[in-house]
Design a protein around this ligand. Structure first.
Ligand code: MN
Length: 298
């Protein structure tokens, strides 16, 4: 019998007027493997306004994973990379010791925006690496009778995402074309979670919809899914992250002092460099009051 599923409601928030559903971190569940942040935005349509406009801001100790169901986002960073991302493509930024970037809707666009932004915590051994940005124009797509599985990160059924990762993990976008069962193998050493992006999805024949992260725990070696045609669900998972992290603003660190230093460096234009391609001011650092600490609960 499959272990219990924990349903964790995402909370509504805003990112520069873009409405967000934040599924991670959650009060009851700070991480799933090394995945430590999950924002869902859209679907939305727009005409003249810029749907996404996230001005330059810094990151340390993590990777940002940008993934679109629909629409376009252009990335610029302080290394000088520019990357236009469309649905099905992956923008992966490894902040290492420090980088700054902006993400915005490009001038030429489809008038739609629908996607997710995730962060992956870097392990202690790699969190001070040199920053690097990777754009993957295409990813492995596994074909099933019931639909497709696009591998954002990790390995499934002998296929591997080219995405550069630092801990064992999986990320996949599952799209249903017919309401037939889809049986996917899972690594039982991983913990996993699902977030419905569109439509109605069934796990072990039980229905669930968007708005909540479904945490599946560890010890599952199979995923029994089904979904109505057009439904989409995001799968994330990984080896439970053994290190205790602190998260504050856009930073993942181990101590409050590291956070305070990164904040000071951003204010003083140190360490992160400038995002020269972005037209406009950068995001100021907020006041440092509390930092959120993740302590593994087992
Ligand atoms: Mn960012």
């Amino acid at each position: 019998m499959a272990p219990d599923v924990q349903s964790l409601p995402a909370r509504e928030t805003e990112l520069n007027s873009l409405k967000i559903q934040r599924a991670l971190p959650h009060r009851q569940r700070r991480m799933v493997g090394a995945w430590c942040f999950l924002d869902r935005y859209g679907p939305l349509g727009f005409t003249s306004e810029k749907a996404m406009d996230v001005a330059p801001h810094p990151h340390i100790g993590l990777q940002t994973v940008s993934w679109l169901v629909q629409g376009e986002v252009v990335h610029h960073d302080s290394l000088g990379y520019e990357a236009l991302m469309r649905a099905g493509q992956l923008n992966l930024m490894t902040s290492g010791r420090g980088i700054a970037h902006s993400e915005e809707t490009p001038k030429t666009n489809s008038g739609t925006l629908d996607g997710v932004q995730l962060w992956v915590a870097l392990p202690d051994s790699d969190r001070d690496v040199q920053p690097i940005f990777d754009h993957y124009a295409s990813l492995p797509v596994l074909d099933f009778t019931a639909g497709t599985v696009t591998l954002i990160a990790g390995t499934m059924l002998g296929h591997s995402s080219p995405a550069r990762t630092f801990t064992p993990l999986i990320g996949a976008d599952i799209a249903f074309r017919s309401n037939e069962p889809m049986l996917l193998p899972l690594n039982p050493n991983f913990e996993h979670a699902l977030l419905v992006l569109h439509g109605h999805v069934f796990l072990d024949k039980r229905p669930f919809v968007g708005g909540s992260l479904q945490y599946l725990g560890t010890d599952r070696d199979e995923l029994h899914l089904a979904g109505r045609a057009g439904s989409r669900v995001l799968l994330i998972g990984g080896e439970p992250f053994k290190e205790s992290i602190v998260m504050w603003w856009n930073f993942v660190a181990r101590t409050r002092d590291e956070i305070a230093q990164a904040r000071a460096d951003w204010i003083q234009h140190q360490r992160f460099g400038e995002v020269k391609a972005y037209a406009g001011p950068r995001i100021p650092a907020p006041e440092l009051l509390e930092v959120a600490r993740s302590v593994r609960d087992r």
